[in-house]
Design a protein around this ligand. Sequence first.
Ligand SMILES: Nc1ncnc2c1ncn2[C@@H]1O[C@H](COP(=O)(O)OP(=O)(O)OP(=O)(O)O)[C@@H](O)[C@H]1O
Ligand SMILES: [Mg+2]
Length: 323
Amino acid sequence: MIEAEKLTKRFDGFTAVEELSLSIKSGELLALLGPNGAGKTTTVRMLSAILRPTEGRAQINGFDVVKDADQVRRLIGLLTEQPGLYSRSNGIEYLIFFGRLYGMSDEEIRARGLNLFHRFGMLESDAYRRLGEYSKGMRQKVGIIRAMLHSPDVLLLDEPTSAMDPHSSKLVRDAILELRDDKRAIIVCTHNLAEAELLADRIAIIRRGQIIAEDNPENLKRQLLGHRRYELQLDHSPNGLANQLDDLVKLEEIEGDRIRFVSEDPFSTNPQVVRRLDSLGLGVVALQELSATLEDVYLSIVTDESSSAQPQDGNATTTQDQS
Ligand SMILES: Nc1ncnc2c1ncn2[C@@H]1O[C@H](COP(=O)(O)OP(=O)(O)OP(=O)(O)O)[C@@H](O)[C@H]1O
Ligand SMILES: [Mg+2]
């Protein structure tokens, strides 16, 4: 449903996105993670036909983002980083403006819009206040409501919960999860790793315009860390004997009757660890894998060389918007 092939964007010779390829089928939700300036927003803007790729191509539901830009824009629901809200109109007027572009009736727009206002913890009266008076989180919510209004088959959400309080974030995540069904494809850019893990079927980590890792959260953790962590419970405290495992695994911690260790090859090491402890007179009561966090994975691959990341230019003037 979302296909990108060697998508590239250069701004004045600076490559923001480089030969990025992606394929997202219907029913899938991809979380795009990566440091500031990695190229997430630029990618989403190209996929939504707002920004013209320098090279490569992308299609949404078979429509090309350059040649069929109008169809693409109608097909997708988009939340941009800073949704440009017309501050003098009220929430409903704003939604009616966009809903009509999607061919919805005013009645439909009001009903669905108000439903989503409630859903995201806002009042009906908020829907009739001027957007200029909205708080940061409320502005973000209206941006999401606009993106979801016409129940689009393709949803591109750039940091949907970055301005939200924890409860609101959850309400929005639940709404996203509800939209994740067989016929939809969704991309969510986020810096919230727990959110990525909760929402995503697949996670792509992007750094300096390139995808450096892509898989489901579990596989990412298993493959990228190259080691797994375990906790052993013994029938009594090892009292200094634990260093006798040094040739097998890397000990992390000994606490009372528990030992935590790291192994790069658990199939080989763990049975040996148990036998060794047994021969030392220490009975193994339990051995369990400690789950790695996505943060472990993310930091392990992203922090590496990050000091040479490109400087950000807040006053960039080279925007080449298509519209
Ligand atoms: N209009 C523009 N003109 C020049 N450079 C730009 C423009 N838009 C983005 N860039 C540059 O492209 C790179 C990628 O920016 P982008 O906004 O895609 O990053 P991001 O991954 O979304 O970051 P963040 O997490 O901070 O939102 C950055 O170095 C940025 O300065
Ligand atoms: Mg961004």
